[in-house]
Design a protein around this ligand. Structure first.
Ligand code: NAD
Ligand code: DAU
Length: 360
């Protein structure tokens, strides 16, 4: 089979990365995807069982910080596109262990940039090639609840607050530095909060679904009025595909859907939908417990996606009301997936993160 393009995707066994691999192989028949993932607690090859024997797909267990292994792979594959999803992605973990975030998110990105540049320089140059960094709206810092008509634009100054967002902002600055200094063809996407299938239950929505099904307390940080801008993961995948093939070189694109909701609204929606889906009235708001707030908790994120809409015609196709039903349905149909990811180290994680958290 003749392949038109080879994509080297890092972090493809994680939540968004695995959704992206599945989305791309379904949408494009003639591409090849090399998935590079070191399989941390967040990487799960079970997400990719449906494509593991697909001749267009290859998995390599490699750490993005490993210069020798990444260089060897790049020289063998000579990818047209490099898309860097791999990261430590959970804000709470970054508060307990900031160093791991600096190491993977900053040094791992720098290694990916160096290896990509060296490979393309030795193999035909930059023409028709691109490095895409998957970043986050959290690099912009926080918006206030008093001005709900203010949003993050691509020109909003970077002002990260958590070790996670500081590491992602730093990685973004390296990516732009490689574009400015070496002429590396790059794009950065900065997306808002994703939800959907295969999300690890350390993040708000799958954690609440899992706890609700187990009739466990639903821990809401602080007053629960913090706002996030929720996007169904497939819409994010579509945006990355479009930016990769059509994005203007050197540009940053915000991705989000003007779907701002506060955390209490999200938790109450999950309760309502789960309780209806399993017909169990004991899954109700009595399970909500307000607990000690996250340190440095950003109050509000709100993405202005005007540029990606105007330049590339992207828009979020999935309404939150539909996306949340699809997500809950997926978790109900994949109980084994949830059992597998919560059976081992997750228990210690949950105990450490929530056991000592005082009730507010
Ligand atoms: P995730 O934690 O679910 O997955 C991360 C993946 O990266 C895992 O498969 C893990 O094994 C892999 N990985 C981690 N360290 C690695 C290393 N050193 N070498 C190789 N692989 C490594 O994360 P996610 O939620 O899918 O996020 C993916 C990317 O999207 C991240 O860069 C994140 O910052 C960004 N992002 C996430 C969201 C969101 O809502 N989840 C929103 C915007 C941007
Ligand atoms: O905005 C994009 C970012 O969204 C991504 O860059 C990150 O990788 C991703 O983890 C996510 O970060 P958040 O911190 O916004 O997501 P999280 O699901 O951890 O939390 C969402 C909100 O819910 C936040 O205000 C904290 C709150 N929360 C979270 C958990 C896990 C709770 O109230 N209780 C909880 O138990």
């Amino acid at each position: 089979m003749a392949f038109t393009k080879t994509y080297l995707v890092t972090g493809g066994a994680g939540f968004i990365g695995s959704n992206f691999v599945l989305y791309m192989l379904k949408k494009h028949q003639d591409i090849r995807i090399i998935n590079v993932d070191s399989l941390t607690y967040a990487g799960n090859l079970e997400n990719l069982i449906s494509v593991q024997d697909d001749p267009r797909y290859v998995f390599k267990q490699i750490d993005i910080r490993d210069k020798d292994e990444i260089s060897r792979l790049m020289d063998a594959e000579k990818p047209d596109y490099v898309i860097n999803f791999a990261a430590e992605s959970h804000v709470d973990r970054s508060i307990s262990d900031p160093g791991a975030f600096a190491s993977t998110n900053v040094m791992g990105t720098v290694n990916m940039l160096n290896c990509t540049m060296a490979c393309w320089e030795a193999n035909g140059g930059y023409e028709g090639r691109k490095y895409l960094q998957v970043s986050t709206d959290e690099v912009y810092g926080t918006l206030s609840l008093d001005e709900l008509d203010s949003f993050f634009y691509e020109t909003t100054p970077l002002s990260p607050h958590s070790p996670y967002s500081a590491s992602k902002a730093s990685a973004d600055m390296f990516v732009m530095a490689y574009a400015d200094t070496f002429g590396l063809p790059v794009n950065i996407t900065r997306c808002s909060n994703n939800y959907g299938p295969f999300q690890f239950p350390e993040k708000l929505i799958p954690l609440m679904i899992n706890n609700a099904l187990d009739h466990k307390e639903l821990p809401v940080y602080g007053d629960g009025l913090n706002i996030r801008d929720w996007l169904y993961v497939e819409d994010h995948c579509k945006a990355i595909d479009m930016v990769c093939s059509e994005g203007k070189l050197g540009e940053i694109y915000n991705v989000g859907g003007h779907n701002e909701r506060n955390n209490l609204y999200i938790v109450k929606t999950v309760i309502d939908e789960v309780s209806k889906a399993v017909d169990d009235a004991s899954i109700n708001e009595d399970l909500i417990v307000h607990v000690e707030d996250r340190k440095g908790h950003d109050r509000r994120y709100g993405i202005a996606p005007d540029k990606i809409k105007e330049d590339l015609g992207w828009f979020p196709e999935t309404k939150f009301e539909d996306g949340i039903k699809l997500t809950i349905q997926w978790y109900l149909e994949n109980k084994e997936w949830m059992e597998n990811v919560t059976s081992g180290a997750y228990r210690n994680y949950y105990q450490t993160m929530y056991g000592a958290r005082k009730k507010a």
